[in-house]
Design a protein around this ligand. Sequence first.
Ligand code: HEM
Length: 473
Amino acid sequence: MSISTLPSAPELTTLPKVPRWRTLLGSLAMAREPIRNLDRALSHHGDTVGLHLGGVRPCIVTRDPALAQHILQKNHRRYLKSDLTHGLIRYLGRGLLTNEGADWLRQRRLIQPGFHKQRLTALTRLMQAAAEEWSADLRARLQAAPQSTLTVDIHAEMTRVAFHIIAQATFGTSMADAERNRLSDILTRIQAFYVRTIRQPYLRPWFMARGAYKKHEALSQELRELVRGYIRRRQSTVSESPAPDDLLQMLLDARYEDTGEGMSEAQLLDEANILLLAGHETSANALSWLFYLLAQHPQAAQRVRQERVAAGLAQRPPEFAELPQLTYAQQVVQETMRLYPPAWILDRVALEDDEFRGLPIPKGTLFSIYIYGIHRHPGLWPDPDAFRPERFASGQEPPIPAYAYLPFGGGPRLCVGNHFALTEIQLVLLEALHHFDFQPTAPDAPGTDPLVTLRPKGPLWLRVTNASATRVA
Ligand code: HEM
């Protein structure tokens, strides 16, 4: 049952608002702990509330799936991403994630076919190789550790694996570790700085005085030079056969329908940057929360192992086409992204006047679609804070309402890398559980640090031991 069809779905003729003086006073708390503060505002005022971002900018925050669907899908032509996303163009260029309008559509049509099953099948091997490299390294560290037990920051580990995967999937296997680390470091720094400029706009003059904008523009320039190097090297080896089956080659080979031409180098650079950004932190965070949750729920980890054995995959990793057989593993991943959606909030702005359930929406209205709040909405999810992968089993009653689950967004701007991401997460999950057991190191749930994506606050420590042979087989 969709929330919009619930008898209690209210007309929204007036919008509850948090008084401006209160958002201004609470702006520091909101910057520090946006989730706790948004949850408080929504549980007090209702599923859709007006407030001032950073105490200064009027915005409507919603955890109403029907309104999310209205904006992202049903009426998407009336909405654009806001300057909160477009501001990234300054550092990362105009790629699929940051582009708009006809230009975006042209790029989307060009790039989307590049994520087809055949390429994912080839990329699966590459992803598996990166996962195995990480697990071999962790096994070596475990072997050297006292009592074969290690405490690791799983977020740092997964950031490394996810970047390894996206860098290899984009540029092929030739990238040296040091370069990969540098790319990852640049992207992390740019993002962290960018989020501060949005969250605490009143600090902008201070950033300006300290030369922080220039410093981050220099980092962005360095990123472009590194990526340009990869593009040019690939172009110079183009006659070598067979051509690599990676995302860069996909971008290079793509031809516009109307002209038959390929992308300019500047456009290639922007798209490659955006793939690195969009395909890096999101997956790293999903994986980190996944292992954190499995450490809390060892019976779920055990069930994933048993399912793999039952599928006849005890001794080898699955191929891309075999992954759908592992339905419980998929449910574990889905439930993780319900509780900890890496893209925890989406921004949109109304291009023209609109209306939703009696609520007038004037042109220029800024929306924050609060995915984290939708995913834990008590009216949509029984026992919303509990980890229950079975919610996603097929045939569950009642079915999940439309737009109550949207880790990859929705409508025409649905994540283009969603199958890529689900494949990589499932592969890393299976590889890790094949070799390791994870246990929590602290009784309390870790804090969250919602930047562009939903990270754990600080290191996410887990205890790792070798998976016992009796459990694996
Ligand atoms: C768990 C991992 C991931 C999550 C949760 C995720 C989530 C999302 C979401 C919610 C959007 C829509 C943003 C909006 O509507 O404002 C999006 C867009 C996008 N994602 Fe992902 N993503 C993930 C992984 C990836 C990967 C691995 C790639 C690339 C290989 C990727 C590439 C993109 C791109 C290019 C867009 C922009 C699409 C467009 O607007 O046409 N994502 N992602």
